[in-house]
Design a protein around this ligand. Structure first.
Ligand SMILES: NC(=O)C1=CN([C@@H]2O[C@H](COP(=O)(O)OP(=O)(O)OC[C@H]3O[C@@H](n4cnc5c(N)ncnc54)[C@H](O)[C@@H]3O)[C@@H](O)[C@H]2O)[C@@H](O)CC1
Ligand SMILES: [K+]
Length: 529
């Protein structure tokens, strides 16, 4: 517990220092609209807890509120609060239980913090203190949580969630919220959100990732997750219950940098069937994603109204048919059959992907990205080397087509469950787009939370499909030999896309084109290690 509390205090102090040096302002959140609103590239660094470093007086003048529950989670919070008080912070602890961790409470009191006992606890006073604080530590409950938060924790958190929303509307600052081990009240094992939860900007979790920190919808409430090594066990990257999150080294291992013997065909040719006269931009953006993610060549197929625009932006693109190592099918093609030519091209390519036509005719089986309108054209079970890339609404449409009574809200409430159901029903790898992107292959689930909320912009999904097409083409031989690689490549594409959006956004609005343009810099950074 001592190591956990020290690690927690150290991270709080680092966040405070970083936010102070960034703006000269106190460490309060301005509503930047991003999950990782400190601009940190977020999730998933394992930081060893070093015992030796003293915390000094680094927290001088920082107002800290502790929300302290009855168990060891509250104990960690009390000890961390003692360290922060010793470092100069003005700490107020609200105890939500009659009995809390005794040694932790003694340490906090010895450090000179203010303690509000359960018997004196009033919800409006908690809200008032939190609203005026710089940092809040949410230590109500951790891995011992069962179900929705019970009173009084539930009432306090509900009031704080409302106060935060009001502050957001009013443009008032809100404290930096640090969840201790987990945001209190999430479904630690399944990522559910059974009741009110205070959204964290940062979660410091102890020893290893908990599933709820990776699985949406709870993952949306965890902010930037840091795993503190408290000597329990050492994890190589987050890995819990068949759920993975790729780390930088794992993403760069998926990428393939060209060698001296490579030429455009060995680097991978991507065939893009995207865009119609009505929606030509999707063709341009899907192509941009493939070009920027390092395709040896891109063949863009479609009506002249689409291909002319593509050539204007990307003169390196070829608009004639021929062999490809991967397909990108469907962005900007509506499912209403209004462009017979594009539909015919998609059906032809799908025949190559599923292998229903002779390889002599199709040129052989290749991996594919199946997006938007192409998802409505599936007639056969798909191989794992085909990646469906729906957002929640499209996945609901797909599952309804397969006989499930399900709507968009159901998918958003249980994205992993439905992505897995779609994977089983279609045979394809499924990449479900969202603030946390879920990728499901056979027996494996990746969840990636690398993107700022600014990425929710028109055309962003088209760029992702192009990026994924390029990565699949570059590794087409490996994917055909080992189809299980597909989901890992799809997760890596989501990371590239999210990181490119972070770079392009720099904390403000961005466009799908700018995201595509940022991809080479992200790839270069990852390949440089
Ligand atoms: N497991 C370990 O080896 C370590 C655990 N540590 C800390 O210990 C925590 C786990 O401690 P505990 O097992 O004491 O459990 P917690 O402190 O997470 O919660 C248990 C308490 O919360 C109450 N509770 C459960 N569900 C609730 C709900 N829905 N609403 C309100 N109250 C609820 C229970 O009645 C119980 O009193 C971790 O989250 C972490 O913070 C760390 O000190 C590091 C080492
Ligand atoms: K907690």
């Amino acid at each position: 517990m001592d190591r956990a509390a020290r690690a927690l205090a150290r991270t709080v102090l680092a966040d405070v220092a970083r936010r102070r040096s960034a703006g000269g302002a106190p460490p309060r959140v301005r509503f930047a609209g991003s999950l990782a609103s400190d601009g940190l590239s977020g999730t998933g660094r394992v930081r060893p807890a070093r015992r030796s470093r003293a915390v000094g007086r680094a927290a001088q003048g920082v107002r800290v509120v502790l929300l302290v529950g009855p168990g060891n989670n509250g104990g960690d919070t009390l000890f961390a609060g003692a360290h922060l008080a010793t470092a100069g912070a003005r700490v107020t602890a609200f105890l939500v239980a009659g009995t809390v961790h005794g040694p932790g409470l003694a340490a906090l009191e010895a450090a000179g913090a203010e303690v509000i006992a359960r018997s004196e606890l009033r919800v409006p006073a908690v809200v008032e203190h939190v609203s005026a604080a710089d940092v809040v530590l949410d230590g109500l409950v951790g891995i011992g949580a069962r179900g929705a938060l019970r009173p009084p924790s539930g009432g306090i958190v509900r009031a704080l969630v409302e106060a935060r929303a009001a502050a957001e509307v009013a443009g008032s600052p809100w404290p930096w919220v640090v969840a201790v081990d987990t945001p209190s009240g999430i479904g630690v094992d399944d990522g559910s959100v059974p009741g009110p939860v205070l959204a964290a900007d940062r979660t410091v979790t102890f020893g290893a990732y908990k599933p709820g920190l990776l699985l949406p919808p709870a993952a949306h409430l965890a902010g930037a997750v840091e795993v503190a090594d408290v000597g329990l066990r050492r994890e190589h990257g987050p890995q819990v219950a068949g759920t993975l999150r790729l780390q930088d080294g794992e993403v760069s291992a998926v990428l393939r940098a060209p060698g001296v013997r490579d030429h455009k065909y060995t680097r991978g040719v991507v065939g893009v069937v995207a865009g119609t006269d009505k929606y030509p931009g999707a063709g341009v953006l899907a192509t941009a994603g493939a070009v920027r993610a390092g395709a040896g060549m891109v063949r863009a197929l479609g009506p002249a109204g689409v291909t002319d625009r593509i050539l204007d932006r990307h003169p390196e693109v070829v608009t004639a048919g021929g062999r490809v190592q991967s397909w990108v099918l469907g962005p900007g093609i509506p499912s209403d059959g209004s462009d017979a030519g594009q539909d015919r091209r998609v059906y032809g390519a799908l025949a190559a992907v599923t292998g229903v036509l002779d390889a002599e005719v199709t040129g052989g089986v290749v991996p594919a990205v199946i997006d938007a309108g192409a998802m409505a054209m599936l007639e056969h079970r798909l191989p794992e080397i085909a990646v469906l890339t729906p957002h929640a609404g499209e996945l609901a449409d797909l599952m309804r087509g397969l006989g499930h009574e399900v709507g968009r809200a159901d998918i958003e409430a249980e994205p992993v469950r439905w992505a897995r159901a779609a994977q089983r029903a279609t045979g394809a790898t499924v990449l479900l787009k969202g603030a946390v992107t879920v990728v499901v292959g056979s027996g494996v689930t990746f969840t990636q939370a690398d993107a700022p909320a600014w990425l929710a912009t028109a055309g962003a999904g088209d760029v992702l499909s192009g990026i994924l097409g390029a990565l699949l083409a570059a590794r087409a031989g490996d994917v055909l030999a080992d189809p299980a690689l597909t989901s890992r490549i799809a997760a890596a594409a989501a990371v590239l896309h999210g990181r490119a959006a972070t770079l392009a956004s720099a904390g403000g609005p961005t466009t799908a084109s700018a995201v595509a343009d940022a991809v080479p810099r992200v790839m270069a950074g990852l390949l440089a290690g």
